[in-house]
Design a protein around this ligand. Structure first.
Ligand SMILES: Cc1cc2nc3c(=O)[nH]c(=O)nc-3n(C[C@H](O)[C@H](O)[C@H](O)COP(=O)(O)OP(=O)(O)OC[C@H]3O[C@@H](n4cnc5c(N)ncnc54)[C@H](O)[C@@H]3O)c2cc1C
Length: 445
């Protein structure tokens, strides 16, 4: 069996961290596979991992197990709520991965036997592995808000924090809301999936109201946190476009720990918080969440019993050898000062590429490549108004280090303090759409 050579491997890894199209070194695909990798979860993280494993070393046997046949992207799903995007533009299947030679299995993983290195599914199948990649996303803790439940989320109080049917239900509820109605968004304590997501949602709801005869609507954000991602940029945009504050269309109510929504009454659509009661016409509770069930059941959620911790060099679990946990289930970065690296699609994809690099290196007896982690996150607050943030991390002394000089955020003003030209904001909204099409293609085709 031919070995992937060191030079070609390093070249491929360098390309993988920056480019969406990778020039692959040739690897021997015939005969016995070099190793078996099972990937659980076909979202942004899992799909990227499965595809890049095959692209980087076709001698590795890759099985992806995903419970659904179609994936719906959460990024830009807030635009579906405002009617500015068709949900079909967010849907993707798994044929692209099959073309790369990934064995795609539609099933749900129910347990992992780490001693036997075996994954079992609801459908009664078993899959052995040499390396296991878990990218199961998040699991909602409905009990974190008294009176809330999965049944309510699916029928009357959608969280829409997993894109799909609930996103469309929330859109319908917004459409039916009377002028002068109140749309409540409750935000759980961080870290949560997509740090700027609730605030982008508020803007998209406001845009719909402003352009659909609901100018007297109120969007109330009941926040368990004292601050939020891209706060200055959101506040500037809310103020300019919709009115912000107690007199404006959007009002943000920071709360800290006792301010979070503690209870909801579904019948009267009332939220009970540490500082008062709020009745809404539409109530959008984003429940607290934690690592996906399959990872948590395995005991990998060692951070506050909620999130999985991984080795920064490889994304291998800190508590289980040969299991790599990537995407929203993970936590890491500067946890002492903020909520660590963001739970984003972009981050999940970078983590996937780091895990792939580590596995391919290990299976070929090569040194682990030097990893870099990148996040890019766009927020679209109106069709012609977007902004973004970029985070870059390197690894030092087995810890993630934020590389400030390589990171950045859209400006609030120009360097001479003059306003940012409208064209810049418009271009960023366009770039957001381009980013989405790129990441969908990079992960799934
Ligand atoms: C409203 C909203 C807006 C967002 N906007 C952005 C954005 O603009 N940019 C950005 O970068 N990120 C954004 N995000 C965040 C992004 O969606 C997540 O960070 C990303 O999806 C994480 O990828 P993942 O692979 O970890 O999990 P997911 O994408 O959730 O994928 C997990 C997959 O695992 C499957 N699965 C779980 N358990 C099992 C099992 N036991 N067996 C089989 N399959 C299983 C699930 O069905 C799912 O398909 C947004 C999120 C939301 C909610």
């Amino acid at each position: 069996m031919s070995q992937i050579n060191r030079r070609a491997f390093i070249k491929a890894i360098a390309a993988a961290s920056t480019a969406s199209v990778l020039t692959i070194p040739s690897a021997h695909a015939a005969g016995k596979p070099k190793g078996k990798v099972v990937v659980v979860g076909g979202g942004y993280g899992g799909a990227t991992a499965a595809k890049y494993l095959r692209m980087m070393d076709a001698g590795i046997d890759v099985t992806l197990i995903e419970r659904n046949t179609t994936y719906t992207s959460c990024p830009l799903s807030n635009e579906v709520i405002s009617g500015e995007r068709d949900i079909k533009t967010l849907e993707v299947g798994y044929n692209g991965l099959k073309k790369h030679g990934v064995n795609v299995v539609t099933d749900e993983v129910t347990s992992v036997d780490t001693a036997k290195k075996m994954v079992k599914t609801k459908g009664g199948k078993s899959f052995g592995y040499d390396a296991l990649i878990l990218s199961p996303g998040v699991e909602f803790n409905y009990g974190g808000v008294e009176g809330y439940s999965e049944a309510l989320a699916e029928t009357t109080l959608p969280h829409a924090w997993k894109a799909g049917a609930q996103t469309l239900m929330l859109k319908k509820q917004l459409e039916a809301m009377p002028d002068g109605g109140k749309f409540i968004i409750s935000v759980p304590p961080g870290p949560f999936r997509c740090p700027p997501g609730p605030y982008e949602r508020a803007a998209q709801v406001a845009y719909y109201c402003k352009t659909h005869g609901k100018a007297k609507a109120k969007i109330l954000i009941l926040d368990a946190n004292d601050s939020f991602s891209k706060k200055g940029l959101f506040e500037q945009a809310w103020k300019a476009l919709y009115g912000y504050g107690s007199d404006g269309m959007i009002e943000w109510v920071p709360g800290a720990s006792d301010g979070k929504v503690l209870k909801v009454d579904a019948a009267s659509k009332t939220c009970f918080t540490g500082f008062g009661e709020y009745k809404g016409d539409v109530v959008n509770i984003i429940p607290p969440h934690h690592a996906g069930k399959v990872a948590k059941d395995l005991g990998l959620a060692t951070f506050k019993d909620k999130w999985c911790e991984a080795q920064p060099e490889t994304m291998e679990s800190k508590s289980q050898k040969d299991i790599y946990v990537i995407g929203d289930s993970c936590v890491g970065g500067e946890l002492a000062t903020n909520n660590g690296f963001p739970k984003s699609a972009h981050m999940a994809m970078t983590q996937a590429k780091v895990a792939v690099g580590a596995i391919v290196a290990k299976m070929n007896g090569l040194p682990n490549p030097v990893p870099y982690y990148v996040n890019t996150c766009y927020s679209v607050v109106a069709p012609d108004y977007g902004f973004s943030v970029v985070h870059v991390y390197r690894v030092e002394n087995n810890a993630w280090v934020y590389v400030k000089e390589a990171s950045g955020i859209s400006p609030i003003t120009m360097p001479d303090k003059s306003p940012v030209p409208k064209l810049y904001r418009k271009l960023e909204a366009e770039y957001a759409d381009g980013w989405l099409r790129n990441v969908l293609a990079d992960a799934f085709s």
